[in-house]
Design a protein around this ligand. Sequence first.
Ligand code: ADP
Ligand code: 5GP
Length: 211
Amino acid sequence: MSTVFIISAPSGSGKSTLVSRLMEGVEGLTFSVSYTTRKPRGHEINGQAYHFIDRDDFERRVKANEFLEHAEVFGNYYGTHSDALTIAADAQKDLVLDIDVQGAAQLKERIPDAVNIFILAPSREILEMRLRARGQDSEDVIRRRLADAAGEIRNYRLYDYVLVNNDLNLAAETLKSIVRAERVRRVRVEEKLKPILASFEKHKDSTASGA
Ligand code: ADP
Ligand code: 5GP
């Protein structure tokens, strides 16, 4: 069974930056490419950043029950396709999802074992600076994202981990540590432990019979 890592953050907190550090730095992870009705930004490639589809197509897929979760964010639809889980499980990889707080709540209900991680900028002022420095959004969009951040942040208690992205290198290392620690904690590790435990058992038998 794959472990599902759900990562959420108010826009501009550094989630994309941290998720790419995580994907580069930890083996055995696969990233779920979401479906969205938003238009591609900058150099975003269809099928890599997102699967870009129109509203009719999205609504048709919702009716066909294709999504594990879906939500409307900043006036666009976003959804995680159910295939993401199967693909990760078949490849024996853990799944990383970059989704908003509504989607995270839906998924946690469906997959209680999922690990929820919330990323926060150190302050509203720093969040605003980062949104401006990124230089991808209009003034209107920046204002809307800052206003929405206040509401999103109130949901931090729903998350297993809250990671403050102050120093980028430290935050990236902490995120990797969360993934590694969760893997050690998981039941499926028992599969790896079986031969180790068996080797001790065998030794106990030979000691007992030799005594
Ligand atoms: P998100 O995916 O959460 O919207 P990004 O990863 O695009 O955010 O980051 C927003 C901006 O902040 C980017 O320009 C990024 O380079 C910058 N950034 C991310 N983390 C840090 C950090 N710890 N310190 C300073 N700048 C950062
Ligand atoms: P952006 O348009 O900036 O890429 O993403 C906007 C927001 O949508 C982010 O908070 C991102 O996490 C969220 N998002 C991206 N994909 C999904 C998804 O599949 N489901 C949900 N619920 N949110 C998503």
